[in-house]
Design a binder for this molecule. Structure first.
Ligand code: ZN
Length: 305
């Protein structure tokens, strides 16, 4: 098996698609039941990694893919996937019906934040998906995996208004996309991920609180991997979001750029005081777009002011 594939119990595979050519940044998942499904595809540039991982598992065809939300690090490669696997259907929030056949707007939304050049180099070109290959999700919808096992689609806004989380009750695994935040290897804490234009703390906390009523054994997140102690991590995510909001509301006189530098310095000190090793800290700090976080938080604070 390809070393980028990690096998978990209950026929669940985690696939590292080497986002931006770095390991352990973006995970996709494959559930190898009688009606198998791929969860997330990653950006276009990660597509060769995804295919080689699937082929190492002996998978020659993909017929169903579920996407948590329409950000390009999750959905960017879907047009490539549909071109290769002609029968593939994409399950996604209903906004996907509008955007995936004409992905220019998704592209522009990101290139406005990251620049066109950055986007081409790091995530790569997006290709359209035909409308008749897209199935829009409803809250609570069941996607059959095998007899007595379904993947339940749960509408989960807060990070993005077009976000779904997928709950496999049989294994107790919650495929969360970006709803929780970021956990990089060797970190046992959650770093918030609160981008504009949709981040809304009240809505996100409602979503996270609703998960606490589910029986969960594992959280499968996009950035990165599968984690145990789900309820502690959900609490940790909420605490850290609260403290980031407080920090940003206390530096309201600084520009976005200055505030993002202060946020990074404060974060580094916090992580050091928790005794986290410098490699892990650099991984968290080096791979975040903190100015985007500041803009997302300020956008929310303005709404509730
Ligand atoms: Zn993401």
């Amino acid at each position: 098996m390809n070393t980028d594939v990690t096998k978990f119990d209950n026929k669940i595979y985690q696939i590292d698609v080497h986002m931006e050519d770095k390991p352990q940044r973006m995970s996709c998942y494959y559930i190898d039941t009688s009606d198998p499904i791929l969860i997330e595809v990653g950006p276009s540039n990660s597509f060769p990694y995804l295919i080689s991982a699937l082929e190492s598992l002996g998978i020659q065809d993909i017929k169903r893919t579920a996407i948590t939300h329409l950000h390009l690090d999750h959905v960017g490669g879907i047009g490539h996937l549909n071109e290769k696997y002609k029968e593939n259907f994409v399950y996604v929030h209903e906004l996907g019906l509008k955007h995936l056949p004409n992905p220019e707007r998704l592209w522009r939304a990101v290139s406005d934040v990251y620049t066109e050049e950055w986007l081409q180099k790091n995530w790569g070109e997006i290709k359209p998906v035909p409308l008749n290959k897209i199935k829009s999700l409803n809250d609570g919808a069941d996607i059959k995996l095998e007899t007595n096992r379904n993947l339940k689609a749960l509408y989960s806004p807060g990070h993005a208004k077009h976000h779904y989380t997928f709950y496999d009750e049989y294994s107790g695994t919650l495929f969360m996309g970006d709803t929780l935040g970021l956990i990089y290897p060797h970190g046992d804490f959650v770093q918030p991920n609160l981008p504009p234009p949709d981040f809304n703390k009240d809505i996100l906390f409602q979503t996270l609180d609703s998960f606490e009523n589910l029986e969960i054994n594992k959280l499968a997140i996009a950035h990165f991997g599968i984690h145990e102690n789900p309820y502690e991590l959900i609490n940790d995510a909420k605490e850290n979001i609260e403290s980031w909001l407080l920090f940003i509301s206390n530096v309201e006189n600084l520009s976005n750029d200055e505030a993002s530098n202060e946020l990074v310095n404060w974060l580094r000190r916090n992580y050091e005081s928790l005794g986290i090793d410098s490699e892990t800290i650099n991984n968290y700090i080096g791979n975040g777009n903190f100015e985007m976080q500041v803009i997302g938080i300020r956008n929310y604070l303005k709404k509730v002011d």
